[in-house]
Design a protein around this ligand. Structure first.
Ligand code: ADP
Ligand code: MG
Length: 351
C-alpha cells in the first residue's frame, strides 16, 4: 500500500549503495551489552554471555510468495519479517538479542518505500529489544526479497528442542488460533471488492482482531519468561507458523510419539467463531491448517500440570501417546480422526 507519488520520491540510484545503507541504518542504536560492534565494519562482533548457548535462525520473505504489497503496508512487512524470526528464537526457549537484515530491491521502489520498511524493522527491534548488527543490500530485477537472521541466547538447562516430547506429556498451546488466516481471507476479499468498486468503504471493525493478527502479529516473547517464572521446562517446543496440525506432526515425528488432540479444547477467539459462522467455515479446520498465528506449541510432563493449569495464556489441548497409536484429533462427537499436515482428511474417519 505504498503510495507512489513520483514527484516526492527519491530514487535509490541517487543515493548509491553505500549512501542507501547509511541512510537506512544510521539511526539504529545498540540495546544489548552482548553487541560489541554492530553495523559498519566487515563483520559484527558479539560477546556472548558466559555459560549461555547461542541460537541462530533465518527466514527469507519473497514478494508474491510470502507477502502481497497491495494490502501489506511496508511498515507492517518490516515488523513481521523481524517478528517471524524472533518467534523461532522463542520456540527454542531462548531470548533474541541481535538480527541481520538483508534486502534485494528493484528500482521500482523509491527510497521512501525502504524507509517505511525500516521503520517497521526499527519498531520491532525496539519492542523486542534486539539490535540490528548488519545485513546486505543488493538489487533485484523485479520484486522485493527480505532475509532476516536472528541470534539469541539460552542456558543449556533451558534450551528446548522439538524432539523431547514423551508419551503422556501434555500438549499445550499459547493464546488462540486461526485468527491470522481469517484476517488474510478478509483482506483478500476487500482487495477483490476494491478492484470492482474502488470507492467501497470496507467496514473491517467486526474483523479487527483477525486483521490485526494477520498484519501485526506478535511473537510470544512473554512465554520463555513465563515458563521460567512457573519453573516449567517444556519437553519439546515449536512455534505455530504453518498451522496447528503441521506443527503437532513435527513435534510427534521429531520426538517419536503419537498424540491425541481434543477438538473442544482448541482455543478460539470469539471473532474467529463468529466469522467462521458467517462464512460457513469450520473453525477447527481453520485452527488446524490456518497458520501464521505465531503462538507457541509445547509439551510438558504431567507433573507440571498444577503449575500451568490456571494460566490464562496456556491451554492444554491434548496429550502425547505411544508412537504406534498415531496422531489423532478427537472430535466433539468423540470420533477419532487422523491428523494430516493440511487439516485432516474427514473421509478416513475411524470409529
Ligand atoms: P561488505 O561490502 O563488507 O559486505 P557492505 O557495504 O555491504 O559491506 O555493508 C556495510 C555495513 O552495513 C555492514 O556492517 C553491513 O552488515 C551493513 N549492512 C548492509 N546492508 C544492510 C541492510 N540492508 N540492513 C542493515 N545493515 C546493512
Ligand atoms: Mg555486503
Amino acid at each position: 500500500m505504498f503510495e507512489n507519488k513520483d514527484s516526492e520520491n527519491t530514487s535509490i540510484s541517487s543515493l548509491g549503495e553505500f549512501g542507501l545503507i547509511d541512510h537506512l541504518t544510521k539511526h539504529f542504536k545498540i540495546q544489548n551489552k552482548t553487541t560489541v560492534k554492530g553495523i559498519g565494519d566487515d563483520a559484527a562482533v558479539l560477546d556472548p554471555e558466559e555459560g549461555k548457548q547461542l541460537v541462530v535462525t533465518t527466514d527469507m520473505l519473497v514478494e508474491g510468495v510470502h507477502f502481497d504489497l497491495s494490502y501489506m503496508p511496508l511498515k507492517h512487512l518490516g515488523y513481521k519479517a523481524v517478528m517471524v524470526n524472533l518467534s523461532d528464537v522463542y520456540a527454542m526457549n531462548a531470548l533474541p538479542s541481535q538480527i541481520t537484515v538483508s534486502i534485494a530491491v528493484s528500482n521500482r521502489f523509491p527510497v521512501e518505500a525502504l524507509e517505511e520498511l525500516y521503520a517497521g524493522i526499527t519498531t520491532a527491534c525496539e519492542h523486542y529489544k534486539v539490535d540490528v548488527i548488519g545485513g546486505d543490500t543488493t538489487s533485484s530485477t523485479t520484486g522485493l526479497v527480505i532475509s532476516i537472521s536472528a541470534i539469541g541466547t539460552v542456558s543449556e538447562e533451558k534450551i528446548t528442542y522439538r524432539n523431547g516430547a514423551k508419551e503422556n506429556d501434555l500438549l499445550v498451546v499459547t493464546g488462540d488460533l486461526g485468527a491470522a488466516y481469517l484476517g488474510l481471507q478478509i483482506l483478500e476479499r476487500e482487495k477483490q471488492v476494491f478492484k470492482v468498486n474502488p470507492n467501497a468503504q470496507p467496514d473491517l471493525e467486526p474483523y479487527s482482531y483477525l486483521v490485526e493478527r494477520q498484519l501485526k502479529p506478535e511473537a510470544r516473547k512473554d512465554i520463555p519468561l513465563l515458563l521460567s517464572e512457573l519453573d516449567v521446562k517444556p519437553t519439546s517446543m515449536i512455534d505455530i507458523s504453518d498451522g496447528l496440525s503441521s506443527e503437532v506432526i513435527h513435534l510427534c515425528k521429531s520426538s517419536n510419539v503419537g498424540c491425541n488432540l481434543y477438538e473442544d479444547k482448541i482455543p478460539l477467539d470469539p471473532q474467529v467463531i463468529a466469522t467462521c459462522e458467517e462464512f460457513k467455515m469450520d473453525s477447527t479446520t481453520i485452527a488446524l491448517s490456518g497458520g501464521e498465528d505465531y503462538e507457541l506449541l509445547f509439551t510438558v510432563s504431567t507433573k507440571d500440570f498444577p503449575k500451568i493449569k490456571a494460566n490464562p495464556h496456556l491451554t492444554v489441548i491434548g496429550h502425547m501417546t505411544h508412537e504406534k497409536e498415531g496422531m489423532h484429533l478427537i472430535t466433539r462427537a468423540n470420533t477419532k480422526i487422523p491428523i494430516i499436515a493440511r487439516g485432516w482428511n474427514a473421509l478416513t474417519e475411524e470409529d
